[in-house]
Design a protein around this ligand. Structure first.
Ligand code: DX5
Ligand code: ZN
Length: 236
């Protein structure tokens, strides 16, 4: 699976969004955090800003909806320009129906899990999703420290996906830096959101490249180790 980097504009200057996005031309996605002050204790942006952003850049929009009632709103965010729309399992009433609606609109459907939400209850739903977002901080704010307690769940999600033969992307979001990205890639993540690490860097695009290089190296080491493990198992 190819490594992808999705810088979060939550850490950018909201008065100059188009200029900020122009500083990260090699980003694979643009991560847009929509918060409603109900699902999380913070308020960010809504449909008009998403519509404007989709006109201002060719980078596909990776929308992360931290809102109540995504069943009502997620399709509107897909229509506003989200190439990928991720909603929270804790907030959705009918996640399967919503995933199918999004896919029917040619939008990638993502399911997000808070740090305290287990992945097992959602295992049977994953075939209907293009991405699973494992939150690595409590959602609501940028700049929080990475929660390593979430890594076992990430490994478990990777195993569930492999067991089911799913081509689902595994995204991590929160506290992703050059210091924490290796362990996430090693645990199976392949899409990495980074806000502060990218936009506080002197050269944000160089940081995107540095994060991708580190994650690629960790993923490669993981695959090599698995290959050696498999060879040892078959020869014993
Ligand atoms: C947090 C948001 C994240 C946030 C990440 O609720 O979902 O996308 O912007 O920011 P950093 O990388 O600074 O932790
Ligand atoms: Zn996010």
């Amino acid at each position: 699976m190819v490594t992808q980097i999705s810088p979060s504009i939550l850490a950018a200057d909201f008065a100059r969004l188009a200029d900020e996005v122009a500083r990260i031309p090699s980003a694979d996605w643009l991560h847009v955090d929509v918060m409603d002050n109900h699902f999380v204790p913070n308020l960010t942006l809504g449909l008009p800003v998403v519509e404007s952003l989709s006109r201002a850049t060719d980078i596909p929009l990776d929308l992360h909806l931290m809102i109540t009632d995504p069943d009502r709103w997620a399709p509107e965010y897909a229509a506003a320009g989200g190439a990928s729309v991720t909603f929270h399992a804790e907030a959705a009433t009918a996640p399967l129906r919503l995933a199918r609606t999004l896919r029917g609109m040619d939008t990638r459907a993502g399911l997000a899990l808070n740090p305290g939400t287990s992945v097992e209850p959602y295992a049977d739903l994953l075939a209907d999703f293009d991405m699973l977002l494992i939150m690595t901080v409590e959602p609501g704010f940028g700049g929080q420290p990475f929660l390593p307690q979430v890594l076992p769940k990430l490994r478990q999600a990777k195993q569930i996906a492999e067991r089911q033969g799913l081509d689902i992307w595994l995204q991590v979001d929160g506290g992703i830096t050059p210091q924490t990205i290796d362990e996430c890639a090693d645990a199976g993540a392949n899409v990495f959101v980074a806000g502060s690490a990218v936009f506080s860097a002197d050269d944000p695009d160089a940081m995107v490249a540095a994060l991708r290089a580190r994650a690629d190296a960790a993923a490669h080491a993981r695959q090599t180790a698995m290959g050696v493990g498999a060879a040892e198992a078959s020869s014993s």
